[in-house]
Design a binder for this molecule. Structure first.
Ligand code: EPU
Length: 416
């Protein structure tokens, strides 16, 4: 089992560069299947979810070549309809974007056992609602989704629940459909906009991405393009949280300040010493004051930053409250923090923390990607050397986290 040793009690100092956004990279890489031309994608993060996505596309016939440090040429001319290998699909959530792209290109799709972080039940009924509205017949059998359509016809689709994945999957299926689609109650997350911008560069007609209503006029074909993926707001938020807790001074380059607003505002409310400039964010660590956090869709406080801020609350002054509203089972790291001396408990669906001066090193286990990142922050702040297991889950979504932290003065070392 992969694990990481982390020496605590360090200060972080220096400059850090944010990589491309995992949650944009995945749909954009899948979206290349919608054109038969070559696409060049820049700022692709080197994370295992991306490499698995590459393997899925290669298994269907795509040719993918690395042409720069973080740039890839993706040729999907010879991609054929087929079922992606289950081992790959099972290991990540983003594989569900294959449903939208296969449906768009081949008018049929098949995928089995969609994986991803375990936050309890993760339905995809809103994806299915969109595909069905466009004319697909969807069967769910033995953990497999099988869809086919004689043709896809634009429709008015009002989502019952705001979903990033369903919004993006619907866009993927609509861009080559006949006529106009109107998507309502759509997710406004920056990665929805990023995916739409990529599709638009390929010739798609999409209006309103980033708002609650997206209009798509179907086109006959898409062409290839060169596109640069936006910076990862969750990676940036994670390093902001780590730096805020640890002392020292860190300058974070490459993030989009607008995307960071809910996180930087929360840090300022906690008393953080933070300056947001156009091209960098400077943060100096100090003891903070615990706050109340309630997660919601963008532009609200992101669920993907909730575990990292729970750690901040644990080591800040006073009482903190965290209410998770997107994934009800996303508190699994709390018991691990208790092992480190945190005063944290779940009460009536809210995490309540009483700040302690310091955490103590312990052996902990990452339950999912962001929980793992939170445990890394906790270990960096603790007295002594901690070991965190299941660290491959962190590597799903953070490019070279150990190298980036060590370059700032941390001591982390991979172990088995
Ligand atoms: N939902 C439904 N029906 C659906 C789809 C979603 O009820 O058909 C519910 C979910 O159960 C959840 C809520 O709607 O309660 C939001 O789910 P959403 O579909 O927005 O999440 P997702 O697309 O599956 C993406 C990210 C997650 C991130 C969420 C919320 C990817 C691959 N995953 O998931 O990222 O937490 O949006 O922002 O983009 C992470 O990066 O650590 C991560 C888990």
């Amino acid at each position: 089992m992969s694990c990481i040793k982390v020496k605590g009690g360090v200060r972080l100092n220096g400059d850090l560069h944010i990589s491309g956004f995992k949650n944009s990279a995945l749909p954009i890489i899948y979206a290349t299947v919608l054109t038969k031309d070559v696409c060049v994608i820049n700022n692709v993060p080197s994370i295992s979810d991306v490499f698995i996505t590459f393997n899925i596309l290669k298994s269907l016939g795509a040719v993918i070549s690395k042409i720069g440090a973080s740039s890839y040429e993706i040729d999907t001319k010879n991609v054929e309809f087929g079922e992606a290998p289950q081992d790959f699909v099972r290991s990540m959530r983003g594989s569900y974007y294959l449903l939208g792209t296969e449906l768009g290109r081949f008018h049929r799709a098949k995928i089995s056992e969609i994986g991803g972080c375990n936050f309890g039940v993760r339905p995809i009924d809103q994806h299915v609602k969109a595909f069905t509205a466009l004319g697909a017949v969807v069967n769910y059998n033995n953990k497999s989704f099988i869809m086919c359509a004689d043709k896809l016809t634009g429709e008015r689709i009002c989502f019952d629940k705001i979903s990033v994945g369903a919004t993006i999957n619907a866009m993927l299926a609509c861009v080559l459909a006949d006529g106009r689609s109107v998507l309502q109650n759509t997710a406004k997350e920056p990665h929805v906009t990023d995916t739409a911008e990529f599709l638009k560069k390929c010739g798609a007609q999409i209006y309103g991405a980033g708002s609650g209503k997206i209009i798509i006029d179907g086109v006959k074909r898409l062409h290839g393009c060169e596109y640069t993926i936006m910076p990862d707001m969750i990676e940036c938020g994670t390093y902001l949280a780590a730096s805020a807790a640890l002392g020292g001074e860190v300058c974070i380059y490459g993030a989009e300040p607008l995307h960071m607003k809910s996180v930087t505002e929360k840090l300022l409310q906690m008393g953080a010493d933070l300056e947001a400039h156009n091209d960098f964010i400077k943060i100096r660590g100090k003891r903070l004051t615990a706050v109340e956090i309630s997660t919601s869709e963008y532009p609200g406080f992101p669920t993907d930053m909730q575990p990292q801020f729970a750690v901040l609350n644990c080591i800040s002054r006073g009482v903190g409250y965290i209410k998770e509203n997107v994934w009800d089972k996303r508190y699994k790291y709390a018991d691990e923090l208790v092992k480190m001396g945190a005063d944290i408990r779940l009460e009536n669906g809210r995490l309540i923390t009483h700040g302690v001066n310091r955490l103590t090193a312990a052996y902990t286990e990452a339950a999912d990607l962001r929980a793992g990142a939170a445990l890394v922050i906790a270990a960096l702040s603790a007295d002594g050397e901690s070991t965190i297991s299941n660290i491959h889950l962190v590597e799903r979504g953070y490019e070279d986290m150990w190298g980036k932290l060590n370059a700032l003065g941390a001591y982390t070392e991979k172990c088995n």
